[in-house]
Design a binder for this molecule. Structure first.
Ligand SMILES: Cc1cc2nc3c(=O)[nH]c(=O)nc-3n(C[C@H](O)[C@H](O)[C@H](O)COP(=O)(O)O)c2cc1C
Length: 235
């Protein structure tokens, strides 16, 4: 189970309204554990903080138990037909991490940058697998894994970690190196760690470009459309 202190006491922002407190925290408070300081990060803060991070303090470990807690969050997310066909491979082992890293492509739009250097690489990975015994096909656009991935990243942000969804993976080469049987398909790789980079959200670039870019100070700039751009009709 997600420990109470993580749900209630982690995060930079202090929640001051009941709405900002997770139902599990409220349950525990109602149950009489109201001596604990109740803090939680607002969902809006978590979403804003949960950027795609690609440079990390590599020597800052992400405990295996933390990865288990993050998967436990994903366990509760929606699943089409409630089939729950996703399984997870967790990695905090440096040798295995190096193998995983060598099968990933990083930030295709950041020209001239081929991914994080040694020392700035992820210290953990969660690999989302499709269990073909439970569901025979998993398209790139399959929704379960997207929901699971974002939930894990939000949970990581709450705990002071961060990461990136990596879909560009040499999956057929990686699977045998991880001793994955034919019943498993690699769907997404979540690279995780203690983020080292600053990410700047900004308006679209020239000509409406959504291409992200790095500046000379290694800040990562991510253009986002405005709210008005997104809403087709509101009545
Ligand atoms: C399905 C999916 C696949 C992605 N694959 C990669 C990838 O292979 N390599 C990478 O560096 N980033 C990848 N990303 C991260 C996106 O580039 C990132 O979400 C986008 O630049 C916006 O930045 P933000 O997440 O900080 O808003 C992927 C994101 C999604 C949702």
């Amino acid at each position: 189970m997600w420990p109470l202190q993580h749900l209630c006491c982690m995060g930079a922002a202090k929640a001051t309204t009941a709405l900002a407190i997770s139902p599990m925290c409220i349950g525990m408070v109602i149950a009489g554990l109201d001596t604990l300081e109740v803090q939680a990060m607002l969902l809006s803060d978590l979403v804003a903080k949960s950027r795609s991070y690609r440079r990390f303090f590599q020597d800052h470990d992400v405990p295996l138990e933390t990865l288990r807690q993050l998967v436990d969050l994903a366990r509760l997310t929606p699943s089409a037909g409630n089939v729950q066909p996703l399984k997870y491979l967790l990695s905090t082992n440096a040798d295995q991490n190096a193998v995983i890293f060598s099968h990933l492509s990083w930030a295709a739009q950041a020209k001239g940058w081929r991914g994080p250097e040694e020392g700035e690489r992820p210290s953990a990975y969660v690999i989302i697998l499709g269990d073909k015994r439970l569901k025979p096909t998993f398209g790139y656009g399959h929704i379960d894994q997207g929901i699971a991935a974002q939930t894990i990243l939000l949970g990581a942000a709450e705990l002071g970690f961060g990461g990136v969804i990596v879909g560009s993976v040499r999956k057929d080469e990686l699977a045998p190196k991880l001793d994955l049987g034919p019943e498993f398909e690699i769907l997404l790789v979540l690279a995780l760690g203690k983020p080292k980079e600053e990410v700047v959200i900004e308006p679209l670039g020239d000509g409406g470009s959504t291409a992200y870019w790095h500046d000379t100070d290694q800040r990562h700039h991510v253009p986002k459309r405005t709210l008005e751009d997104l809403i087709v009709r509101a009545s």
